[in-house]
Design a protein around this ligand. Structure first.
Ligand code: CAA
Length: 257
């Protein structure tokens, strides 16, 4: 059996690829477990400073595995399966993750992309929350993260119709940060990851944590976290290096210390 998740290290970045092409990378329990395992391993690895999470040209992920997971599912079986702990574990990865989306990012696929820190899209990308067509609603954060990203009225329009959003519209509504040509989307996403990997990693981690907090807390609590993280970074060697490099007009080399 081929691995359902393939990790490729190109230090200081790593690419984690969902690999169930026959079912458009539908997310079953095994894929989610593998994703958590691989991402956690990379998060603990100081040599990796940015992760690209991707699928293949046809699909980032077409959502939860409907055939494997939903056909006989009951509330109790869903509760016992407890996929939420996997989604939460992915959310807690602090190494910046770039979701590189080509083709379909639907349902849980769109939700997985939204858990990442940045979404970039091939011009072929199509995002959507089509769960309504199955008689259900998004169950891995879609109603919350999409709404916080695109606003209540657009989120309702997308969630109630299940309409798919193409790359340019995804960029226009703030879901995708960049749209790349179909011929180079993955290379372009890796180039972005390498740019991020050159930055001081402790600052990058605290930055993504602070940005996440803008979703999860009050403005006062978020500002408080930001202020403390800002002060804390003045104790790092990388702050000395960054400031010294600026003053002496040279390129900084950050060590993550
Ligand atoms: N689960 C299981 N299998 C899937 C799948 C999914 N989510 N999406 C696609 N597949 C399978 C198809 O059944 C098909 O398999 P067979 O060849 O064995 O028939 C194969 O992948 C190729 O798919 P299609 O033939 O359907 O390809 P297409 O190009 O005609 O259509 C598509 C592509 C529009 C993405 C269509 O496959 C589709 O609508 N998929 C379902 C999308 C969806 O509803 N996702 C939400 C799932 S619910 C969810 O994610 C809940 C949550 O919040 C966690």
């Amino acid at each position: 059996m081929p691995n359902t998740v393939i990790t490729t290290r190109e230090e200081p970045i790593a690419t984690v690829q969902i690999n169930r092409p026959d079912v458009l990378n539908a997310l079953n329990e095994e894929v989610l477990d593998e994703l958590v395992k691989e991402l956690t391993k990379l998060d603990d690895d100081d040599a990796i400073r940015c992760i690209v999470l991707t699928g293949n040209e046809r699909a980032f992920a077409a959502g939860a595995d409907i055939k494997e997971t939903f056909v006989t599912a009951t509330p109790v079986s869903m509760l016992k399966q407890d996929l939420t702990t996997r989604w939460e574990a992915i959310r807690r990865i602090r190494t910046p993750i770039v979701a590189a989306v080509s083709g379909y990012a639907l349902g849980g696929g769109c939700e997985l992309a939204m858990i990442c820190d940045i979404i970039v899209a091939s011009e072929t990308a199509q995002f959507g929350q089509p769960e309504i067509n199955l008689g259900i609603i998004p169950g891995a954060g879609g109603t919350q993260r999409l709404t916080r990203t695109v606003g209540k009225y657009r989120a309702n329009e997308l969630i109630l119709t299940g309409r798919r959003v193409k790359a340019d519209e995804a960029k226009a509504i703030g879901l995708a940060a960049q749209v790349y040509p179909a011929a180079s989307w993955l290379d372009d996403a890796k180039a972005l990851a390498r740019t991020i990997a050159e930055k001081p990693p402790v600052a990058a981690r605290l930055a993504t944590e602070a940005v996440d907090l803008a979703w999860n807390s009050t403005l006062d609590a978020g500002l408080e976290f930001e202020r403390k993280a800002f002060y804390l970074l003045f104790a790092t060697e990388d702050k000395k290096e960054g400031v010294d490099a600026f003053v002496n007009k040279r390129k900084a080399t950050f060590k993550g210390k």
